[in-house]
Design a protein. Structure first.
Length: 116
């Protein structure tokens, strides 16, 4: 299974971006999906995960980011609003079979840069 992420770019603080992640097989409707990010010099951190209708957001993005699934298109989206310079990072989509397995399916990453 492969994940293909896109939608990154450069935006001014306060702006919005929408990331998308398409899977090569029909897993989006059943797998746990999530978005991670890694800023320069920092460890990769989880931004949001979604499973069985439940969603968990990192405190830093609550109220600003929204994850959604399009099962028909086998795609996951991350709507990012009110972006801040500290949101600058490479964003990765990921998937795992269930909550007891590792995050073992990763997209290639897409750069998000927020200018002040």
């Amino acid at each position: 299974v492969q994940l293909q992420a896109c939608g990154g770019g450069v935006v001014q603080a306060g702006g919005s971006l929408r990331l998308s992640c398409a899977a090569s097989r029909r897993i989006i409707s059943t797998y746990v999906v999530g978005w991670f990010r890694q800023a320069p010099g920092k460890e990769r951190e989880i931004v949001v995960s979604n499973w069985s209708g439940r969603t968990s957001y990192a405190d830093a993005v609550k109220g600003r980011f929204t994850i959604s699934r399009d099962n028909a298109k086998n795609t996951v989206h991350l709507q990012m609003n009110t972006l801040r310079p500290e949101d600058t990072a490479v964003y990765y989509c990921a998937a795992r079979y269930n909550l007891r397995t590792d995050w073992n399916i990763w997209g290639q990453g897409t750069q998000v840069t927020v200018s002040s």
